[in-house]
Design a protein around this ligand. Structure first.
Ligand code: ADP
Ligand code: MG
Ligand code: ZN
Length: 333
């Protein structure tokens, strides 16, 4: 019996209100390839598309065969498709936050060690502020849809906890103000240039964190809105990957994030005329897991994607791969 849910990603295109698309799964299953192909396809249907890699093991550059940075960069051959690669824990992202506060890295030891101490006293604040900076920078653009090529499971949903982390940071600031109020002006003398005093700086830091928090809260609201946000899981039909997908689905449900598409990648299709024993055996093993996926996710779009003969690299290959995802694979060999 055919499922009522079309086995393609067409539903993503059809859902015009979608603004945020997350693509995730275990390492090596095809997240980057899938998210890149989705981005390429979406660029045909939307005015302005951005794909962001948040996986520290970036490979958007490999998939597109073009170098990217931590700023939105236009993909060659497209006028409405942009890529950026961010590593929220890297010093490059951290520096964006520091310079947004007017810190140039030339300040006295005192200021920097104060900031470092503040940053290290709130676990996760580095990532949260990096993400806040990324969101702030997106205000300068007009993207209709933003696709996230996420890091392997576990890492992915940390960003949903950022409002809590920023709350902790704000609390920390208030505590510091109460505790060290008298020392604020002393602290001011530590700032280079002398244009600002310690109290001004603390206010700036507080306002910046507070602003980020409002923004992240607002975005998180969008993430929980199935009209605006969906998550595409990518897996391969093997025990561990299936297990990861279930964990992911449970986690997403906890955070109230919609998921209704699973790409089952690297499915083996034995040659029709001359199937070899190895491929037949492999497919039999895979079918066991595909059957399980179909049972568990009976109200999902399940996209069976074949194991291709070559790696998927460059725009043309991404387009071909995208055709498989959006139109479905016809096995006619
Ligand atoms: N269906 C497929 N057939 C053949 N190669 C694939 C397929 N899907 C992905 N690949 C290749 O497998 C490698 C890993 O895919 P990638 O998308 O980078 O995985 P991830 O981002 O999940 O780590 C890449 O070299 C990619 O080109
Ligand atoms: Mg990847
Ligand atoms: Zn074979």
């Amino acid at each position: 019996m055919e499922s009522a849910f079309e086995p393609t990603l067409q539903n993503i295109i059809a859902q015009k209100s979608l603004k945020w698309i997350f693509v995730g799964g275990k390492g090596g299953v095809g997240k980057t390839t899938t998210s890149s192909s989705v981005a390429v396809e979406m660029s045909k249907h939307r005015d302005n598309v951005l794909i962001i890699s948040t996986d520290p093991a970036h490979n958007l550059s490999d998939a597109f065969d073009q170098k990217f940075t931590n700023q939105p960069t236009q993909v060659k051959g497209f006028n409405n498709l942009y890529c950026m690669e961010i590593d929220a824990q890297s010093s490059a992202e951290q520096n964006k936050f520091f310079s947004s506060l007017g810190l140039q890295g030339e300040e006295s030891q005192g200021t920097m060690s104060f900031m470092k101490e503040f940053m290290s006293s709130v676990p996760g604040i580095d990532e949260a502020t990096s993400f806040g900076e990324v969101l702030n920078s997106l205000d300068n653009y007009n993207f209709d849809v933003i696709i996230f090529d996420t890091a392997p499971t576990g890492h992915t949903l940390r960003l949903l906890n950022f409002p809590n982390i920023l709350d902790k940071a704000l609390l920390k600031m208030i505590q510091m103000k109460e505790k060290f109020g008298g020392m604020l002006n002393q602290f001011g003398t530590m700032l280079g240039g002398g244009q600002t005093n310690g109290e001004d700086f603390q206010k700036k830091l507080f306002d910046s964190l507070d602003g980020m928090k409002s923004k992240i809260v607002e975005i998180n609201k969008q993430f929980k809105d199935p009209e605006k946000t969906t998550f595409i899981a990518v897996c391969i039909p093997e025990f561990l990957s299936l297990y990861e997908t279930e964990r992911l689905a449970i986690e997403l449900a906890k955070y109230e994030i919609d998921i209704h598409n699973i790409v089952i990648n690297q499915v083996c299709f034995p040659e029709k005329e001359t199937p070899c024993r190895k491929c037949i055996a492999r497919r039999k093993m895979q079918d066991k897991y595909i059957t399980q996926i179909k049972e568990i996710y009976d109200d999902f779009h399940l996209i069976i994607n074949p194991q291709l003969d070559e790696e998927v690299r460059g725009i043309e290959k991404l387009k071909e791969y995208g055709r498989l995802l959006f139109e479905g694979y016809v096995h006619d060999k």
